[in-house]
Ligand binder design. Structure first.
Ligand SMILES: *[C@@H]1O[C@H](CO)[C@@H](O)[C@H](O)[C@H]1NC(C)=O
Length: 391
């Protein structure tokens, strides 16, 4: 084939353009007035950096150098003029330690309506201990703020981020598509209330990889409307384990479909792999779920489906969960249970669990054979399964 000269030049030119990265704009929060002293309010500097980055037609970097930056609530809102904003954090962002400042705002750092945002590195210190103590005292306290929330956003990446002592949930993904989290660390006390590590809902194509989560509530919680979720190489504990649910709180609810949880460890957690739904009517569902290669160490409920969740015995007693659970596989799950019943399928009498599959499961209790308990659950077991399957 012979190219006319002009199209050869064009071809070379377009090759050249595609290999040279577009230059990006960098906004250093310190140049915009932030102080790394841990006490000066740097909120406005972060807002300015975001406003500039979001208005830039070129890719933008928001740079947060070493040091401790005190921030009140910041909402990073789009849509932006470019779809490649990186927030590179070397230092620590610290929330107000007085929980009254953020306690009723719902969230501390929130990204919404954005497309193409990466957060790289950094420590987010939610300073939640004061609120936890308030909640433990039985006084009336605000519910608290989520540390980092992404809502109605696409193409998000988070890597190498640490979240400490969130007042409430550490990281929330709500209404998003294509979110990749890697190398995330969550640390909070084992008795910190409502401090879920990562919560996902109404979102698709989400991956959570190579992360370590120790907290007082769920390690990862998977809410209604989550599809195509991939969790791999995550260590949980302390906390309540990985939970699909609670589902079925609402009558009309989006289902959960295609969730893979593989190569995970649970250490001294309340649950391992759990699916839970409210015991009341709903059109919700959970299907096509794979739990593969899990190691349990001293876990109270290593494998659990609980469809009779009814906190406070309000609005559910005597009712059957409408949530349909089907196609759940447990493959290569082993370790130790802290209670005698290591496998429990307590499904809905109105909507029995179907196509549950156990394959190569070995869970022991005090070096002895543990027990399995089933109600309204059907499926198969293959390979070595101990405790003996009750399906
Ligand atoms: C299930 O989700 C994974 C990502 O977690 C995706 O790669 C795969 O294509 C999805 N499968 C189906 C049948 O949609």
């Amino acid at each position: 084939m012979v190219y006319p000269k002009s199209s050869l030049v064009l071809a070379l030119l377009s090759m050249f353009i595609s290999i040279v990265p577009a230059t990006s704009m960098t906004y250093n929060v310190v140049s915009l007035g932030a102080k790394a002293d841990g006490k000066t309010d740097s909120t406005q500097a972060f807002v300015s950096a975001w406003t500039k980055a979001c208005a830039s037609v070129k890719p933008a970097v928001i740079y947060v150098p070493a040091g401790r930056f005190y921030l009140r609530q910041v909402v990073f809102s789009g849509p932006c003029k470019n779809n490649a904003i990186i927030m590179r954090i070397v230092g620590t962002l610290a929330a107000p330690s007085d929980y009254r400042v953020l306690g009723n705002t719902g969230k501390w750092l929130a990204f919404q309506y954005v497309d193409g945002v990466t957060i790289s590195g950094g420590v987010l210190d939610g300073q939640g201990t004061g609120l936890w103590a308030c909640k433990a005292s039985g006084n009336s306290c605000p519910s608290g703020a989520t540390t980092l929330e992404f809502s109605i956003s696409n193409n998000i990446a988070v890597h190498g981020l640490t979240s400490l002592n969130s007042q409430m949930f550490h990281i929330v993904v709500n209404g998003c598509n294509n979110v990749k989290m890697q190398g995330v660390r969550v640390t909070a006390a084992g008795n910190s209330p409502n401090s879920d590590g990562i919560h996902v809902q109404l979102s698709s194509s989400i991956s959570i990889l190579n992360s370590k989560i120790g907290t007082g509530d769920d390690c990862i919680s998977i809410g209604p409307g989550t599809t195509n979720l991939w969790i791999e190489n995550v260590a949980c504990g302390p906390g309540h384990g990985i939970s699909i649910g609670s589902l079925g709180k609402d009558q009309q609810e989006a289902g959960v479909q295609n969730v893979t949880v593989k190569t995970v460890t649970f250490t001294n957690t309340q649950n391992g792999l759990r699916i839970k739904s409210w015991g009341r009517p709903s059109n919700g569902f959970a299907k096509d779920i794979l739990f593969q290669h899990a190691v349990m160490t001293n876990v109270q409920n290593p494998i659990l489906i609980d469809q009779n969740y009814c906190p406070g015995n309000k609005g559910c007693p005597g009712q059957a969960s409408g949530v349909k659970i089907s196609g759940v596989t447990y493959q290569d799950i082993h370790g130790t249970s802290a209670t005698e019943v290591a496998v429990k399928f307590d499904c809905s009498p109105g909507n029995p669990c179907s196509r549950i599959r156990l394959e190569d499961v070995k869970l022991t209790y005090k070096n002895q054979v543990a027990q399995a308990s089933c109600s309204h659950a059907a499926g198969t077991s293959t390979g070595f399964v101990q405790p003996t399957s009750c399906l």
